[in-house]
Design a protein around this ligand. Structure first.
Ligand code: ADP
Length: 446
């Protein structure tokens, strides 16, 4: 097993990985920007190294600085966390070229799944059903029109290098197509440095259902059920739950087995999430994330499996040690993403946290690095805490979540706690009746 791990990330996920390491007797090195010197993960790490100024490109994306930190601290592995370098195949390769272990899958798997056009081709080869769309990149409106004849309108234009809900445009008719392509291309170019786009049918009322899988270096792969991440704003997840109110046990087992079989054929090792849209009883692959997910805790709550520890053990060459029959899903879990944002207009609200009182009690978990007196820097993602609740069933989970949100005090900054409280009081959500458009249509001001 590793003796010392560099955690190349910040915020709640850095703390999450650090906790897993410390429980396993592994020393941690926190690498951080100058803006994060007083962050909780830096305080709790065994060692810390400042790797640059606040801007991510100069610190959390600064590969030479991260490798230097690993070298001077004598670490033997690097955990990339979520975001930043976690899905960068060149980084994974450079880490292993330097004699260190990248805690994640093989670089070639990250590469294929990182290009959404290649990912869809691979998914089809592996027997995973996809949203009908173009076979490859679309350059002109004429090319798009030919595909549209087959699949019909509405159509969504998406960035091949996409992520974070960026670079997507919808065309409801032929007249809107040319503009949608141009807009998606320029947004993709600006956000990802590549203007390559593709098109697929725009599903009108699907749910976003994703399957968590985990594989080891010996060809063992299991699935750990699904997460329903349909509650979204601008294609970004706000609240996730498992099990999905929309799936039966049989549907779950079938899609889980399909995902696990495909990943076994792929030779995939480490954690992975296969994302689907689910509409009228059919699953359609949209992408695969080759890393830990923000919403992984809800899977941990119902399976009792520490996903980060498993991920580290697998990278260290240990066998998975769980068969599919041994995976049992118990109760219900929900995660609320608490962002430092105005709950009405979503404008970021960085600043100093004066009062902090997290909820506690049976079935409550908080993954966060904030504390009273902590100054939220303005340079990064506005996610500051994840409130994760577990109950014996959905009903208990909902009342526990309501109680936890009512107890939660984060002052004086604005947070999205109020949005979650509002959501919890709506009949559709209580009844589990929602799709990917529901939140924007029914709860948010346009
Ligand atoms: P990203 O990598 O930017 O998160 P995804 O491909 O994972 O992009 O899609 C994010 C979200 O965008 C989905 O959960 C869904 O809400 C919406 N979306 C993506 N593709 C489609 C589609 N074909 N039809 C309808 N909505 C879609």
């Amino acid at each position: 097993m590793f003796k010392k791990i560099v955690i190349a990330n910040r915020g709640d996920v850095a703390i999450r990985v650090q906790r897993a390491c410390h429980e396993m007797g592994i020393k941690t090195v926190a690498v951080h920007s100058t803006a994060d010197s007083s962050a909780m993960n830096v305080r709790l790490a065994d060692e810390s190294v400042c790797i640059g100024p606040p801007k991510s490109k100069d610190s959390y994306l600064n590969i030479p600085a991260i490798l230097s930190a690993a070298s001077i601290s004598g670490a033997d592995a690097i955990h990339p966390g979520v975001g930043f370098l976690s899905e960068n195949p060149a980084f994974a390769q450079i880490v292993s070229d330097h004699g260190l272990t990248f805690i994640g899958p093989k670089p070639e798997h990250i590469k294929v799944m990182g290009d959404k056009i290649e990912a869809k081709k691979m998914a089809l080869e592996l027997g995973i059903p996809c949203v009908p769309g173009s076979d490859g990149a679309i350059r002109t409106t004429d090319e798009a029109l030919l595909v549209a004849k087959d699949i019909g309108f509405p159509i969504i234009v998406k960035a091949a290098a996409g992520g974070g809900g960026k670079g997507m445009q919808i065309a409801f008719s032929e007249t809107e197509l040319s503009n949608a392509i141009k807009l998606a291309q320029s947004e993709a170019e600006a956000s990802f440095g590549s203007g390559e786009v593709y098109i697929e049918r725009y599903l009108s009322n699907p749910r976003h259902i994703e399957i968590q899988i985990i594989g080891d270096k010996f060809g063992n792969v299991v699935h750990l059920g699904e997460r329903d991440c349909s509650l979204q704003r601008r294609h970004q997840k706000i609240l996730e739950e498992t099990p999905s109110p929309a799936l039966t046990k049989k549907v779950r087992n079938d899609i889980g087995a399909l995902a696990a079989t495909a990943m076994k054929k792929f030779g995939y090792e480490s954690l992975g999430t296969i994302e689907f849209l689910y509409e009228n009883g059919e699953f359609y692959f949209i992408e695969m994330n080759t890393r830990l997910q923000v919403e992984h805790p809800i899977t941990e709550m119902v399976t009792g499996i520490d996903l980060v520890q498993k991920q580290i053990q697998i990278s260290a060459g240990e066998p998975l040690g769980i068969s599919q029959d041994e995976v049992s899903l118990k109760g219900h879990s929900i995660e609320c993403r608490i962002n430092a944002e105005d709950p009405e207009n979503f404008i970021p609200s960085p600043g100093k946290i004066v009062d902090y009182h997290p909820p506690g009690g049976f079935g409550i978990r908080i993954d966060s690095g904030i504390y009273a007196g902590y100054e939220i820097p303005p340079h990064y993602d506005s996610l500051i805490a994840k409130l994760i609740v577990h109950g014996q069933n959905r009903e208990q989970c909902l009342s526990r979540l309501q109680r936890a949100l009512d107890e939660f005090v984060i002052g004086n900054i604005k947070t999205t706690i109020a949005l979650h409280q509002k959501l919890l009081s709506t009949k559709n959500f209580i009844d589990g009746e929602y799709d990917i458009h529901w939140l924007e249509k029914h709860l948010l001001k346009q």
